[in-house]
Write a protein that binds this ligand. Structure first.
Ligand SMILES: [Zn+2]
Length: 385
């Protein structure tokens, strides 16, 4: 993991401009965050400026940060539980500028971390190690000393509550960061550069660990790929109920993954929870009869939905990506932009699954936690925004 901080570029920047600068550095590295993932904040006087919904760290501007009164956010921690709609409403009421974007779902957590700069990413390397059968033990070995390690809980209010309770009486000065199992990490400091440096150093440790303990070398294939995408696009459009765009990826990594004998690899789930709204939990696998395989996928999705749904309305049950055995992957979306996002996410996920398997077995959040995330209204709102 490269530290991209350039002293000359940071010269003379005030706190807010520094916040924008290091946020963009984090956002420019796809191994840290992908497409709108992660969030950052800066506290100036009694105001928390936290990444607003709909903004991407890589291209964020000052207007992308929502200004919320710290006291109002912290006051929310007195509630035992808070519904999503109440949290959104209270967070909005805390804004000093009503036309600012909705604050990140992690705004309360940012407020409770007692440092000026707070950085949060979904670093691939750390999440990969956490997403394994021995993840708890390995993360403890690598980060146990100076990091607070949090078992998986839903992002948002519940996560802020848990961290609030776990840090009662904790000496924050002794902490390098907070690791969130199956999700990502937080670093913080009163100096923007130091908080950024801690992020890079933390992730570098996990990358180092992976380098020493795993090896994934996708084969190089000499044959050209010949695949009838047009037919698959038509079939998927019919199943989805609208004209879809598809993108075939037969890079060495995608093809290597698609050529694995163990089909259970394709059902391992997401890399970080919020990816689920883009990719769903699992892809369809095309091998023999695409039509039948799609029907089966939908049947399985309906069973999954019935198993966990309370009063939710089922989303489109058709897949958002496919593995074509021996060939590669296909991303399925409503436009170019969406298929690019899905393709990027699945390439990072595939790599994590292969590395996780080399570490003893990849294991993402449970099916029921996946469902909660997929049907979380605050996540679904992101797709509409
Ligand atoms: Zn997150």
């Amino acid at each position: 993991m490269k530290n991209l901080f350039e002293i000359e570029k940071a010269q003379g920047l005030d706190d807010f401009a520094m916040r924008v600068y290091t946020s963009r550095l984090l956002g420019s590295d796809q191994d840290l965050v992908l497409h709108g993932g992660g969030n950052t904040s800066v506290k100036i006087d009694d105001i928390l400026y936290v990444k607003g919904s709909g903004w991407d760290l890589g291209s964020i501007e000052k207007e992308g940060f929502s200004p919320a009164r710290m006291d109002d956010l912290l006051a929310l921690l007195k509630y035992e539980t808070l519904s999503d709609s109440d949290m959104v409403r209270y967070q909005k009421e805390a804004l000093t500028n009503k036309s600012a974007p909705n604050p990140s779902v992690e705004a309360i957590l940012h407020a409770l971390i007692p440092y000026k700069f707070v950085d949060h990413t979904h670093a691939d390397a750390i999440v990969t190690i956490s997403n394994t059968v021995n993840g708890e033990k390995l993360i403890e070995e690598i980060y146990g000393k100076n990091y607070l390690i949090i078992p998986y809980v839903m992002p948002g209010f519940v996560l802020a509550k848990v961290i609030g309770e776990m840090t009662q009486g904790v000496d924050w000065e002794s902490l390098e960061g907070i690791i969130l199992h199956n999700h990502g990490l937080f670093t913080f400091d009163n100096d923007a550069k130091k908080s950024y440096d801690k992020m890079i150093e933390s992730v570098a440790r996990a990358e180092e660990y992976l380098k020493e303990n795993t090896q994934v070398v996708p084969m190089v294939y000499d044959q050209e790929v010949d695949y009838d995408l047009e037919n698959i696009q038509k079939l998927l459009s019919t199943i989805k109920g609208y004209e879809v765009v598809v993108k075939l990826n037969h890079s060495p990594l995608a093809r290597f993954f698609a050529s694995q004998g163990d089909r259970s690899l394709y059902r391992k789930g997401v890399l970080t929870p919020e990816h689920i709204i883009r990719t769903k939990r699992v892809p369809v696998v095309f091998e023999v009869d695409n039509g039948k395989e799609l029907q089966n996928y939908i049947k399985n999705y309906e069973t999954y939905f019935d198993r966990y749904a309370k009063e939710e309305i089922m989303l489109n049950p058709a897949p958002n990506w496919a593995v074509i055995k021996g060939i590669g992957t296909i991303s399925i979306g409503k436009n170019e932009k969406e298929v690019t996002i899905i393709d990027d996410i699945i390439m990072h996920t595939i790599k994590a699954i292969l590395l996780g398997e080399a570490l003893g077995g990849y294991q993402s959040i449970s099916e029921s936690d996946s469902f909660d995330m997929e049907y979380w209204e605050l996540e679904q709102m992101k797709l509409k925004g």
